[in-house]
Design a protein around this ligand. Structure first.
Ligand code: NI
Length: 165
């Protein structure tokens, strides 16, 4: 299966729309969002995804209750808190925003997931820590790097690629 991975959308509606279109074109089965939606008005745009979305909160997500309330209006959107453990395509996936450096480092060094997904730095990077694939899809908003990206994980071959929006 194909999993779309995005993070740090930061209110940037045009790029969120572009990400949704890109992921829908690729017939993605599941979408993971590593946090920093920021304002709840982005939630109806994410609801345009054909696939279900599982997300976590980022450090810039202030109004958790309102974000959860907006997600509850749609069948395909779910924010699970600050960490989500997901099993998909036979892989165990850990999902967090990553602002707590010690926690992120501990999970990278001693994590037992097949795949660890985080964001926060806005720097797109796909690396391996032993057998664990570590994916930072970069930033959808493009605010810090000028290079908006998402990632696509193919669970069959355990490979992820970056897609520039
Ligand atoms: Ni952040």
């Amino acid at each position: 299966m194909l999993i779309g991975i995005l993070s740090d959308t930061h209110d940037c509606l045009p790029m969120v729309k572009s990400a949704v279109e890109q992921l829908n074109e690729n017939t993605i089965d599941l979408v993971l969002h590593a946090g920093d939606y920021v304002a709840p008005f982005v939630i109806p745009v994410l609801a345009g995804l054909d696939a279900p979305l599982i997300g976590v909160f980022g450090n810039n997500d202030g109004d958790h209750a309102l974000l959860l309330a907006r997600c509850a209006e749609y069948d395909n959107l779910q924010i699970r808190g600050t960490f989500a453990g997901v099993t998909a395509g036979g892989l165990s996936i850990g999902l967090l925003h990553g602002q707590e450096q010690d926690l992120l480092r501990a999970l990278m060094e001693r994590g037992t997931f097949d795949v660890l997904v985080h964001g926060h730095s806005h720097k797109a990077e796909i690396t391996r820590r032993g057998a664990m694939l570590v994916i930072n899809p970069g930033e959808v908003c493009g605010y810090l790097t000028g290079r908006p990206t998402v990632a696509v994980l193919d669970t069959d071959d355990r490979e992820a690629t970056l897609v520039q929006l």
